[in-house]
Design a protein around this ligand. Structure first.
Ligand code: FAD
Ligand code: NA7
Length: 533
């Protein structure tokens, strides 16, 4: 028996990012439940608390990288740029927490290491690293899908005497002047950090494993007139977003790329290049860039042409030019390729000269060159989606662990629930929507709140997904993903970035609108696919 002092709540929420913050608000203020939120970080904000690297920015535009639920805040919150850099998103989330007086029900600096379901009491007990324990009937996890950092196990890593930082756990107060800096990784994060620090460092060496397609972000100041316009249209904006495919606040194209003339195709690519935004370039130009190889290649050609135009040194341009399909998460930047025209910026192509080892002074590559460095920044990404779950002890009914349940890859019903883990709801769990995440999170949190409300209304104690419903959802997600080109490239979207991780479907790629409709249908069919006992 457990002799510890255990505090009991109606619901426990884990994680204080966009997901956990809104979930706490809904359960506490709308359902009147007693709640506790546990967060590992010393502050709220999740992604925006941890990712303090230079250049960190949301690449969803400001006007839709926020909550829709607080209409007052939508009208009042001031911003002056078309995208928000990390400090601004953090400030926004802190303001939401303050405004709704949520901090009093949060325990910060508390890492949950274990979550265990007890079938007799039908409650979850959550244990933290400091040994403290908390019990609740309902458990909602908002652990983040890009949150468990991936630090590859490079030989000799500990020998390196310089500064070392992962972008996803970046400290304050780092300086760059006069330093020789290496960046490993050229995903969304690498592109941002490279673009930001290249003008500041003495020398920058980029270690690139895969060349990337990136388009301009279109970052720009916005004025009062812009804000007034957006504010006057917010009801329409959110209904369009929640009805769209990717929820980025633009209208997705319905025109196949090959249905127009080559000149018209070029014009549309150029128009969207000029407007900026990676998702707009992939989904706003033509309807089939992410699905049809010929359409995809047309977009590739266009971006390759831009790289050739921008990058003056032919050898750098060659290394920077991708050959694989344009089917990773679409990137955008504030002058990424241009940075390689600086004499102090070099690029190492790792497929040609792999990293052999870290040394005391830097990084030695297979051509025998020792790249001397004062600092290495690891922009090597995350063990996405299930990473934080797999790092914890999670036990459901009959002692089944989440690692056992997910032995063949992470699964769920509707991206939020798992059979044999009753009353556990995962915000952005495996096979949730691939979209702009704040609205996706709201759609999920609202549904979770309804599911809990229904359970309580029925005088029931458990809400659990049926095994068959989970199986069918996995098949649906796989079938949809297989109609796209995303499985054709290696990235975190399918878990391919982590050595040894099974390459499986991890998203519902049918669009945010279709996803929301499925949730509404399930709910109006008495939570079809679930057993409420
Ligand atoms: P997170 O913000 O990741 O929060 C999860 C929280 O859970 C963290 O605070 C973490 O400390 C906590 N936690 C995890 N495990 C434990 C534990 N065991 N115990 C206690 N606490 C725990 N999305 C977009 O839609 N558009 C963008 O432009 C965009 N840009 C991004 C840029 C970067 C650099 C990154 C890393 C992500 C970006 N994302 C973007 C994704 C972003 O993660 C989501 O938009 C959103 O912030 C997710 O919120 P969340 O609450 O689900 O998770
Ligand atoms: P990503 O997109 O996973 O990018 C990680 C980068 O690091 C990518 O270029 C990888 O190359 C590279 N990488 C990963 N492991 C290694 C090793 N072992 N050696 C060399 N290079 C490596 O992560 P980000 O943080 O940029 O972005 C993640 C998401 O967060 C992003 O989509 C936004 O939504 C925010 P690869 O391409 O795999 O060859």
């Amino acid at each position: 028996t457990d002799e510890r002092q255990v505090t009991t709540y109606d619901a426990i929420v884990i994680g204080a990012g966009f997901g956990g913050i809104y979930q706490l608000k809904r359960l506490r203020d709308d359902l009147g439940l007693s709640c506790l939120l546990l967060e590992k970080g010393a502050g709220v904000g999740g992604t925006w608390f941890w990712n303090r690297y230079p250049g960190a920015m949301s690449d969803t535009e400001s006007f839709v990288y926020r909550y829709s639920f607080d209409k007052e805040l939508l009208q009042e919150w001031e911003y002056d740029t078309s995208y928000l850099h990390q400090p601004k998103v953090l400030k926004y989330l802190e303001a939401v927490v303050d405004k709704h007086d949520l901090a009093k029900d949060m325990l910060l600096g508390t890492e949950v290491t274990e979550m265990k379901y007890d079938d007799d009491s039908q409650t979850w007990t959550v244990t933290a690293a400091d040994g403290s324990a908390y019990t609740g009937r309902f458990l909602v996890t908002g652990l983040g899908l890009l949150s468990a950092t991936n630090l590859p196990d490079f030989p000799g890593l500990d020998d390196f005497a310089g500064e070392k930082y992962h972008t996803g756990a970046f400290p304050a107060g780092v300086t760059y002047e006069g330093k020789r800096v290496g960046v490993i990784g050229t995903g969304s994060t690498g592109v941002q950090v490279i673009t930001a620090i290249a003008p500041q460092v003495e020398h920058l060496t980029v270690f690139q494993r895969s060349a990337q397609y990136s388009v301009p972000s279109g970052f720009a100041p916005v004025d009062q007139q812009y804000l007034d316009d957006v504010r006057s249209r917010y009801d329409d904006i959110w209904s369009q977003v929640k009805d769209s495919i990717c929820g980025f606040g633009f209208v997705e194209s319905e025109t196949p790329a090959m249905s127009v003339s080559p000149q018209e195709r070029q014009r549309i690519f150029q128009e969207n290049w000029d407007k900026g935004n990676g998702f707009r370039f992939m989904f706003g130009t033509f309807s089939d860039i992410a699905a049809d190889p010929e359409a995809n290649e047309a977009a590739c050609e266009f971006i390759r042409g831009k790289i050739a135009e921008i990058v003056k040194d032919p050898e750098k341009a060659r290394k920077l030019t991708p050959t694989q399909p344009y089917a990773k998460r679409p990137l955008c930047d504030a002058g990424y390729y241009e940075r390689y025209n600086q004499d102090n910026v070099d690029i190492v192509s790792l497929p040609e000269t792999p990293i052999e080892a870290f040394t005391k002074k830097g990084i030695r590559t297979a051509d025998g060159v020792e790249h001397e460095l004062d600092m290495v920044i690891f922009a090597t990404g995350f063990d996405a989606v299930d990473g934080n779950y797999m790092r914890m002890k999670i036990k459901g009914r009959d002692g089944e662990t989440i690692q056992q349940h997910w032995a063949d890859g992470p699964t769920s019903y509707l991206g939020m629930t798992v059979p044999n883990f009753p009353n556990l709801f995962m915000i952005l769990g495996p096979n949730g929507p691939f979209a702009n995440l704040p609205p996706a999170i709201e759609v999920q949190v609202d549904w979770i709140t309804d599911a809990i409300a229904q359970t309580l209304r029925q005088g029931a104690t458990t809400f659990e997904a049926d095994a068959k419903a989970e199986e069918d959802w996995t098949v649906t997600c796989k079938e949809i993903a297989d109609t796209t080109l995303f499985p054709k490239t290696d990235s975190w979207i399918f878990g391919a970035n982590i050595p040894g991780k099974k390459n499986t479907v991890m998203f519902y790629m049918g669009g945010l609108g279709a996803y929301g409709q499925i949730l509404r249908d399930v709910e109006s069919n008495d939570f079809e696919g679930f057993t409420i006992t």
